[in-house]
Design a protein around this ligand. Structure first.
Ligand code: UDP
Length: 496
């Protein structure tokens, strides 16, 4: 194990409870955070989770237990929202049932409350979705930290867009290509077509209702832990510390691996599928495009089929993780396609060990939906991105990596892009093939971006090493929580 900065010593371990939401990416990121806490000498992390979601992280927890760095689980039933047993997160729920997962999250308030009252941990790190924990925490004299798996840039952009939300809704056609200028940002001007803004910003839905509660919970809580590293987005981190949180800790990339602990990253969130890594071993350095759109986004069958042809026509090596179409079936795969691409393309149905793949020397580009975790993992592995955002904050994230940082290129800029499935065009195969072959051409722009991505990877590594910004921020968090525990204990004794 790499040596670690050691925070202040305490007599007893700091008991930290972590509560992830029901999104696979958030569950994995929070488990990574729990691991970073567990390998510190003076923290005892416990994750509060539901049964099927616990199975996702069990392999990681088993490895930690073998190392003598256990993370405890406190399992409570998944709320009854009309889903079959075992369906407890966005990745496994059909798109038509996604609202049930969000409803289940909202129904967790009583169970969280009773667990926290019964166990009274020293600190709670709860996902951004669980705004109510901020209300319970002071009553129990426990500091509440918000965990924000996406980075600082999307948070600042969304918060600032929310300030002008009524203008956006009243003045603009919400399906249009008309651009909105994001107010009060440092750095280059960022403007975004209305059609690429998250739907909760431009129309009323459950998240629009929750947004103010989430923002207030974040501001009123003890502080915020963000999965990012300072050098990735320094000007936005500075602004965030000043205006967006009482205390901010930038502790990522939480999934970072120095490569020496392969078992953890191979088993992260899945069953340790290693055949794809063997396949990558047989490919030339930097020659493979890794294609994956996160844990829950959906494509139409028409789009999946077009993507299959596009990858075939690019003539380049590819490793494509496919989660099915609208109905999670694979009937859209073109006839004899797998046979034709066999020598240079591998398709994985289901779950892939993404971090291990991105670390592989054969991977030279990542076609991604711009989920924050995927972008951060690409940054920490030095892989440039071909961007294809789909929903939510992904078009915002794309702007940081492509326009501000300059180590990514858009797959397609023609036609209608946007966050609404029914209103966007199918990206044509010729555009996909062209974008991939151009990006992978030696000596071209792709090479420049590969170099820039390598620089970013060096910065991510430095941040996570002893004395680096993320390592120091995590230690500062622990020190601050230990100090707060001391204050709470003292005031409880005085109150006796
Ligand atoms: N992931 C993975 N294997 C897969 C698909 C996703 O390991 O086959 C992981 C990936 O490494 C990342 C997370 O799932 O940590 C996806 O998070 P992101 O924020 O990119 O997207 P989301 O799933 O929230 O859309």
């Amino acid at each position: 194990m790499a040596s670690l900065d050691v925070p202040l010593q305490v007599q007893t371990k700091l008991r930290v409870f972590l509560i992830p939401s029901f999104m696979t990416s958030h569950i994995l990121a929070m488990t990574d955070l729990a691991r970073l806490l567990a390998i510190r000498p003076n923290v005892e992390p416990t994750i509060i989770i539901t049964p099927a979601n616990a199975t996702l992280i069990q392999p990681t927890l088993d490895l930690l237990a073998d190392m003598g760095r256990p993370v405890q689980l406190l399992i409570h039933p998944f709320p009854s929202v009309g889903l079959p047993p075992g369906i407890e997160n966005l990745a496994t729920a059909p798109s038509s049932d996604e609202w049930r997962i969000h409803k289940a999250q909202d129904m967790c308030q009583p169970v969280h409350e009773s667990i926290l009252r019964a166990h009274r941990p020293d600190a709670i790190i709860a996902d951004v979705a669980f705004w109510w924990v901020t209300d319970i925490a002071p009553e129990l004299s426990i500091p509440r930290i918000t965990f924000y798996p996406p980075g600082v840039f999307p948070q600042v952009v969304l918060t600032n867009l929310f300030k002008i939300r009524s203008d956006i809704i009243s003045q603009l056609d919400v399906t249009s290509a008309e651009r909105v200028n994001v107010p009060d940002l440092p750095g280059p001007e960022i403007n975004i077509p209305v059609s690429e803004l998250p739907t909760f910003l431009v129309e009323d839905n459950f998240l629009a209702d929750d947004w103010m509660k989430i923002t207030m919970a974040q501001l009123n809580g003890f502080g915020v832990v963000v999965n990012t590293f300072y050098d990735l987005e320094p000007e936005y981190c500075d602004l965030y510390r000043k205006d967006h949180a009482k205390r901010a800790y930038f502790v990522g990339p939480v999934a970072y691996s120095s490569g020496g602990d392969d078992q953890r990253i191979v088993k992260r969130g899945g069953n340790g599928h290693t055949a794809c890594l063997d396949w990558l071993d047989g490919k030339e350095k930097g020659s493979v495009v890794y294609v994956c759109f996160g844990s829950w986004c959906h494509f139409t069958k028409a789009q999946l089929c077009e993507l299959a042809f596009g990858l075939e026509e690019s003539g380049k090596n590819f490793l494509w993780v496919v989660r099915g179409g609208e109905d999670e079936e694979f009937g859209w795969i073109p006839e004899r396609w797998e046979e034709r691409v066999r020598s240079r393309g591998l398709i994985i149905r289901g779950w892939a060990p993404q971090v291990a793949i991105l670390q592989h020397k054969s991977v030279g580009a990542f076609m991604t939906h711009c989920g924050w975790n995927s972008l951060l993992e690409a940054a920490s592995c030095g892989v440039p991105v071909l961007t294809w955002p789909l929903v939510f904050d992904q078009f915002i994230n794309e702007r940081l990596f492509v326009d501000v940082k300059g180590w990514g290129a858009r797959v397609w800029e023609g036609g209608n892009r946007g966050t609404k499935l029914g209103e966007k065009n199918v990206v044509p195969r010729a555009a996909i093939a062209g974008a991939v072959s151009k990006f992978m051409e030696p000596g071209g722009n792709g090479d420049k971006m590969r170099n820039k991505a390598q620089e970013m990877a060096a910065m991510a590594k430095a941040a996570m090493q002893e004395g680096g910004s993320s390592s120091k921020d995590l230690n500062r968090l622990i020190d601050d929580l230990i100090a707060e525990k001391g204050k709470c204990n003292a005031s409880l004794e005085n109150g006796k």
